[in-house]
Design a protein around this ligand. Structure first.
Ligand code: FE
Length: 256
């Protein structure tokens, strides 16, 4: 069952947390459905394991031909491996992804399926209408992918943050929003130290998002963060050394 993150005046945000549970062999991933009136969008649809249930859930709100957009934070398999099926079953939904990955996306699909449907998001980001609502594609490059975007829903004020804010948990724990960060840090720290490229980009990101009225930060792995945890997360990540900051000659040695 999806988790309802927001539901007001015909605008809904739903989160799917366990569509790809294969007994611990697959990293837990979240997929998102945004409904606005008789249309909507999917954010980070996931791999083939997630497709069936997400598709079925969408058709309870509107017919597949009315899906207006598929948003991808980056081009990893847990984000868009199911794209061939989505492009087959939805008639005209545009696929929004960094312009760095625009010409890589067709590799996920049968020949011709993506023709004229992929919108390469410029590095600076853009605003995209979904029904009467609007999503902002926010620059999140190198967090972790070179061409990476987060999606801020201006109606619900939810920031769909991709891999940033991810926590390594599974099952029901991923469904419960975290409201205080301290106990949550051990489930995030190792991941962010290795997958985020450098502290410099985390600082730039923190400066940018402090200008937004964020109600909730919802990552692609693990639990959402809301209330005090939103500001606490921004402060924590801003000072975290990570990625290339932590590497030295010791890490680049030819194996014996
Ligand atoms: Fe990734």
């Amino acid at each position: 069952m999806p988790i309802e993150l927001f539901n007001q005046k015909g605008h809904q945000c739903l989160m799917f947390t366990d569509l790809c549970d294969e007994g611990g062999e697959v990293v837990q991933s979240n997929q998102f459905l945004i409904v606005d009136g008789d249309t909507g969008a999917i954010i980070d649809p996931g791999g083939n394991l997630a497709y069936g249930e997400l598709y079925l859930a969408m058709t309870r709100f509107f017919p597949p031909q009315q899906l207006s957009a598929i948003f991808a934070s980056h081009a990893d398999p847990d984000i868009i491996a199911s794209l061939d099926r989505w492009t087959t079953t939805t008639a005209s939904a545009r696929i929004y992804i960094s312009k760095l990955w625009e010409r890589f996306v067709p590799h996920f699909c049968k020949p011709g399926k993506t023709t004229g449907r992929v919108v390469g998001i410029p590095d600076a980001g853009m605003r995209i209408a979904v029904g009467r609502s609007e999503l902002i594609a926010l620059p999140a490059h190198f967090m972790h992918s070179e061409g990476n975007f987060q999606f801020f829903d201006t109606t619900s004020r939810i920031l769909f943050s991709g891999d940033l804010g991810a926590s390594i948990i599974s099952g029901d724990e991923a469904k419960i929003p975290v409201t205080s960060l301290a106990k949550h840090i051990p489930r995030m720290e190792g991941f962010h130290r290795r997958y985020m490229v450098s502290n410099k980009i985390l600082r730039l990101w923190a400066q940018m998002v402090r200008r937004l009225p964020i109600e909730m930060i919802v990552p692609q792995h693990g639990a959402p963060m809301k209330g005090a945890a939103v500001g606490e997360f921004i402060n924590w990540i801003e000072q975290l050394p990570c990625g290339v900051d932590l590497l030295s000659e010791r890490d680049y040695v030819v194996p014996a």
